[in-house]
Ligand binder design. Structure first.
Ligand code: NAD
Ligand code: WQD
Length: 341
């Protein structure tokens, strides 16, 4: 069975392609390499012994996407990862974010809308909940006014999908990811942040390898276990498997609503200081860090209630935080070694 994976050379997309191919799906990747590289294709091929079909294409170009759906006429299923994802940058370049994250989605929906049985899985984010009143966060928690232009693109994206599903045959699953981290156990694929990382784990691994002097911990005066923010860190391989579970649900279509949403996380909260302690323990390495002021826009606590995903998708995270932190560190070491060659 064929599935089109947009952004399939990115961090989450590449891990998902590996899981899809391992489960027998035939994958066509579309990516413009704006935040990835062709080496990732080699990594996927080395892990699975299958080279996915690859189209180098900017999905903002409507004509190109039309051509794509003409070339692969039997494509009815799409997992749409392609997007710009840096929250900080989205404040500086809002139009880039609205254009990239919304036009690509619209073009994919236009490609699907006249198919017989079209199905979409959309990469959404826990950011749509803002600071939820009730923790852990369930899917019925209200969607809050967006904390960033990036977050707004995810909220609007969900609305575009809902409105389109009303008047077409499209059914969709919205997966709201919490904080994906780690790398494939082979370390042939992983996370490749461009420039200075904004996310915690890549900043930690780059500090540990000596690329950054020290980690700045943003605030220790939150109302949490140790004053630092609490998040739900999920191993990217577990997250990838959630996409396979969602795809199978769409294919089997038992009691399926037109649109379904699922929170995808471990279901447990970990503070920044706890992450540092675990990283040091698991990898036997000391991490230089200092406490600084809070970061604009950060919320105190966010972790998922995963009951709906567990019960309806039959999916559950199985990897531990320690596994994720050790794979992230091994990946960083390999990337840095390669960069020296
Ligand atoms: P990523 O940047 O690693 O992957 C995105 C891929 O899409 C890249 O390979 C990039 O080259 C490609 N791409 C971007 N714009 C494109 C375009 N116009 N045409 C074709 N390809 C394009 O990001 P990721 O971390 O793998 O995230 C994947 C999705 O998950 C995104 O939609 C992101 O918003 C969402 N998400 C990510 C996180 C996270 O923490 N990483 C959390 C929640 C949601
Ligand atoms: C985690 C914690 C920081 C860096 C965002 C989006 C979310 C999803 C993932 C896309 C926070 C602290 C971080 C550093 C630090 N992305 N931190 N020093 O902000 O929870 O989530 O990315 O959809 O939707 O909101 O992730 O990794 O940036 O931060 O102390 O150098 O680490 O304050 O508490 P965040 P993050």
């Amino acid at each position: 069975m064929k599935v089109l994976v947009t952004g399939g050379l990115g961090f989450i997309g590449s891990h998902t392609v590996v899981e899809l191919q391992s489960e027998g799906f035939e994958v066509i990747i579309v990516d413009d390499l704006s935040n990835s590289s062709l080496d990732v294709l080699d990594g996927i091929t080395a892990i699975t012994s299958i080279k996915p079909t690859f189209e180098n294409m900017d999905l903002r170009c409507k004509k190109s996407v039309q051509g794509l759906f003409e070339k692969y006429q039997d494509i009815e299923r799409v997992i749409h990862f392609a997007a710009s994802k840096a929250i900080g940058e989205s404040f500086e370049r809002p139009l880039l974010y609205y254009e990239n994250n919304l036009t690509t989605l619209i073009h994919i929906l236009q490609g699907l809308e006249n198919k017989k049985n079209p199905q979409l899985i959309f990469s959404s984010s826990c950011t749509v909940y803002g600071q939820a009143k009730e923790i852990p966060i369930t899917e019925v928690a209200p969607i809050q006014s967006a904390l960033s232009p990036y977050g707004n693109t995810k909220q609007i994206g969900e609305e575009i999908i809902a409105d389109t599903a009303q008047v077409t045959n499209i059914s969709a699953v919205l997966l709201r990811y919490f904080n994906p981290i780690g790398a494939h156990e082979s370390c042939l694929i992983g996370e490749l942040p461009l420039g200075v990382p904004q996310n915690l784990i890549p900043f930690i691994t780059q500090t540990a390898i000596g690329l950054r002097d020290e980690l700045a911990v943003f605030g220790d005066d939150y109302d949490t276990v140790d004053g630092t923010c609490v998040r739900d860190y999920i191993h990217v391989v577990d997250l990838a498997k959630a996409h396979v579970a969602a795809l199978k649900r769409l294919i089997n279509k038992e009691n399926l609503s037109k649109i379904e949403d699922f929170n995808i996380g471990m279901g447990t909260g970990t503070s920044v200081l706890e992450i540092i302690e675990s990283f040091e323990r698991v990898n036997s390495i000391k991490l230089p860090y200092k406490i600084v002021n809070r970061r604009r826009g950060d919320i105190a606590v966010a972790y998922a209630d995963t009951k709906k995903a567990n019960d309806v998708l039959g999916w559950k995270a199985t990897k531990t935080l320690d596994e994720a932190l050790s794979s992230a560190w091994r990946w960083q070491q390999l990337v840095s070694e390669k960069a020296k060659i």
